[in-house]
Design a binder for this molecule. Structure first.
Ligand code: SF4
Length: 307
């Protein structure tokens, strides 16, 4: 029987603040799973620590709420042990780009066939709004006593430089576009990364829904216009077509340049997509006899705990 959107929802109490962008991201993930018809017992949501860490409780698949900064290690392990699974990992920008930054870079080099979604709000929401790695130098949210003294990490640029083979950005209040990006990310054969801009109305009074909507911007006709725009509307081509070194370098360069765009214009959509780089499961199948036919998760465990 075909699954519906409601089948991916749970009745776990949700205590996120009113107006939090997290709601839109969870809805988009559920919509994407329903659209793809992913079987719930073949999918696992992994989450880190933070407000976004509760996501695995709200989606009716298998779920694992893991450790701070370590979500990628759990998720990659599950996919390598059982390549048949659909694996999605989620976490905040503090979780993934602060304490988890080393794992983020290492994951890019492996290219395990799974999806990582960062809920990017510029603050550590669960612990009262300290500056996270994506808050810009000199910015001061209402939760900070003084302006931020650290420069920010560029999540899109770091993902591209680390080797992620699908890199995109979504916005939590454009749920349909975000759903489309999640579908593309999950269908991608390799490690896909989604940076999702997610207003935190409780602690970040700079990057608010109104700010993203361009409430302070006026064009020549004195009409307000959104900061957010879609790369696909500009005919931006992120796909690596041939895989030559020259072409790959050109695509990486254009994606990196786009990743630096911020301020009055903020691009969303797919920055980089390389389907020619082999995913990790393909890389190791030649080293481990019958790996894909008989992966670790399907092997019988002996009494002494060895396969
Ligand atoms: Fe959302 Fe911020 Fe509240 Fe956390 S603190 S639930 S990120 S609004």
């Amino acid at each position: 029987m075909a699954l519906k959107l409601a089948d991916y929802k749970t009745d776990v109490h949700n205590d996120w603040c009113a107006g939090c962008g997290d709601f839109g991201i969870v809805n988009a993930i559920q919509m994407a799973l329903a659209e793809m018809g992913v079987e719930r017992d073949k999918a696992v949501m992994f989450s880190g620590i933070g407000c976004s860490g509760k996501t695995s409780h709200f989606i009716n698949t298998y779920g694992v709420h893991t450790l701070h900064g370590r979500v990628l290690t759990f998720a990659q392990g599950a996919k390598i042990a059982n390549p048949d699974l659909t694996v999605v990992a989620v976490g905040g920008d503090g979780d993934g780009l602060g304490i988890g930054a080393g794992h983020f870079v290492a994951a890019g080099r492996r290219n395990v066939d799974m999806t990582y979604i960062i809920f990017d709000n510029g603050v550590y929401g669960l612990t009262k709004g300290q500056a996270s790695p994506t808050l810009k130098l000199g910015e001061k949210t209402k939760s900070l006593p003084s302006p931020n003294t650290n420069s920010n990490v560029n999540p899109i640029g770091l993902a591209i430089a680390s080797g992620f083979t699908f890199v995109a950005r979504g916005y939590s209040y454009d749920v349909r576009h975000l759903k489309d990006l999640i579908v593309q990310a999950v269908n991608h054969k390799g490690l896909s990364f989604l940076d999702v801009l997610q207003p935190c109305p409780t602690y970040n009074d700079l990057n608010t829904r109104d700010w993203y909507a361009g409430a302070d911007l006026m064009d020549e006709a004195q009409k307000r216009h959104s900061r957010i725009y879609k790369l696909e509307d500009q005919k931006f081509d992120p796909l690596v077509h041939y895989g030559s070194e020259v072409e790959v370098n050109e695509k990486l360069s254009q994606a990196l340049i786009k990743s630096l765009e911020w301020g009055n214009k903020i691009p969303t959509g797919v920055f980089y997509k390389n389907e020619l780089t082999s995913p990790y499961t393909q890389r190791i199948k030649d080293k481990i006899p019958n790996y894909l036919e008989n992966p670790p998760a399907k092997q019988k465990i002996s009494e002494n705990g060895t396969p």
